[in-house]
Design a protein around this ligand. Structure first.
Ligand code: ATP
Ligand code: MG
Length: 360
């Protein structure tokens, strides 16, 4: 945590002297440039590990774009490169047309960052944390005061402005970090796991702020999360990232539509038999996963009895059967053959093996 904090401070300190008071994008409206972020073949290696593997996509102005993936998928590494905190191994990217390697200061002027790890000064009050950031960005005192008040109001922390951050809950800290990230009026905001570890109610609240920001301030937001339901509700488009690669990219609706209708999950001691038996034309997809089979079809309710009859006729025993509308979890599973939790468990095992290898 301290390393990240120190890094961020040094970034801010370096850039502070060169920052204009207002960002040039401010007030020019969404017609200024359609593409906010352009990524081309972006790659980052750490020794023999390819953390981000040749990714390419564009993000439009005013979009809320979600990078979704399990632990170790490469989300933070991607954001670190886009925010000039980390050099790409190869490939390129631009923020508002500015190249991340050619003009780091230019990029930093137009972005706000909220890191995965907390980077507030715990001994300072909410106001002081904001004010410190504003001074780094050379925002004149009167404007600074006005903006801090406005932003603390936005994140509903105005009444706690004189309390030290140490006394804040996780949700309050997150909200304060977001407010701070917006103080210099960035046109692009990077949020790395903004709701990680927060309770569902606070998470919900925070998502509402994020949606309001994108809408009212016309800010482009790129966020990472592994909460699929939240990404689904909030993001205009989602890129699913796994092992450093983009495995799917579309609107949440299109991604879910790609599953091919409702999902019927059947648990059975013989899942392979289910796949063999269920070959009706109204079934769009069958996928075996451990002792379960996920079946996609339109209007599942109308076909349940036919499915049960078919399986009974072929003497396939059923332990349980459930219907649900497709979720991004189903999308992830259909692309990777694993659930996001399994992928995370694998990542942890690999990390342990790697650490053991390094130690010996
Ligand atoms: N500085 C580093 N040195 C070596 N390996 C690194 C470094 N930073 C990241 N990695 C590795 O790169 C891969 C991607 O990490 P990254 O932090 O981008 O994942 P993530 O998707 O943000 O995961 P999480 O959901 O846990 O935050 C992981 O395997 C990680 O161990
Ligand atoms: Mg991360």
């Amino acid at each position: 945590m301290h390393t990240r904090y120190a890094t961020m401070r040094s970034v801010l300190t370096v850039q502070a002297s060169k920052l204009p008071e207002e960002h040039p994008m401010q007030g020019k409206g969404s017609h200024y440039m359609a593409v906010a972020i352009q990524i081309r073949n972006l790659t980052r290696r750490f020794n023999d590990l390819v953390a981000v593997d040749n990714i390419s996509f564009d993000i439009d102005h005013g979009e809320i774009f979600g990078l979704l993936g399990p632990n170790g998928a490469g989300k933070t590494t991607t954001l670190s490169m886009l925010s000039t905190m980390l050099k790409p191994t190869s490939g390129s990217a631009t923020i508002n047309g500015i190249d991340i390697e050619q003009d780091e200061d230019g990029v930093r002027k137009s972005i706000g960052i909220v890191f995965q790890d907390q980077s507030l000064d715990e001994e300072l009050t909410a106001w002081e944390n904001m004010d410190f950031h504003g001074r780094l960005y050379r925002i004149p005192a009167d404007i600074r005061k006005q903006r801090i008040t406005e932003l603390l109001n936005l994140v509903e922390l105005e009444d706690r402005k004189n309390d030290i951050v140490k006394t804040f809950s996780g949700g309050m800290r997150r909200r304060l970090e977001i407010a701070r990230g917006l103080l210099h009026h960035p046109s692009v905001l990077f949020l790395d796991e903004p709701t990680l570890g927060l309770d569902p109610q606070t998470r919900n609240h925070l998502w509402q702020y994020i949606a309001t920001l994108a809408k009212e301030k016309g800010i482009t937001i790129i966020l990472t999360t592994h909460y699929m339901d939240e990404a689904d509700r909030l993001c205009n488009r989602i890129a699913i990232i796994d092992h450093g690669k983009i495995i799917a990219l579309d609107t949440p609706k299109n991604l879910k539509d790609g599953i091919g209708g409702d999902v019927v999950t059947i648990k059975s001691p013989d899942p392979a038999a289910i796949v063999a038996v269920l070959t009706e034309p109204w079934i769009t997809r069958t996928e075996k996963h451990k002792d379960e089979v996920n079946i996609s079809l339109q209007n599942a309710e109308q076909h349940i009895s036919a499915i049960v009859t078919l399986l009974t006729t072929h003497q396939v025993s059923i332990e349980s059967i459930a219907i649900h509308k497709p979720t991004l979890e189903d999308v992830f599973l259909s692309f990777t053959g694993k659930t996001i939790r399994e992928e995370e468990a694998d990542h942890k095992t690999n990390m342990r093996m790697y650490q053991r290898r390094v130690r010996h």
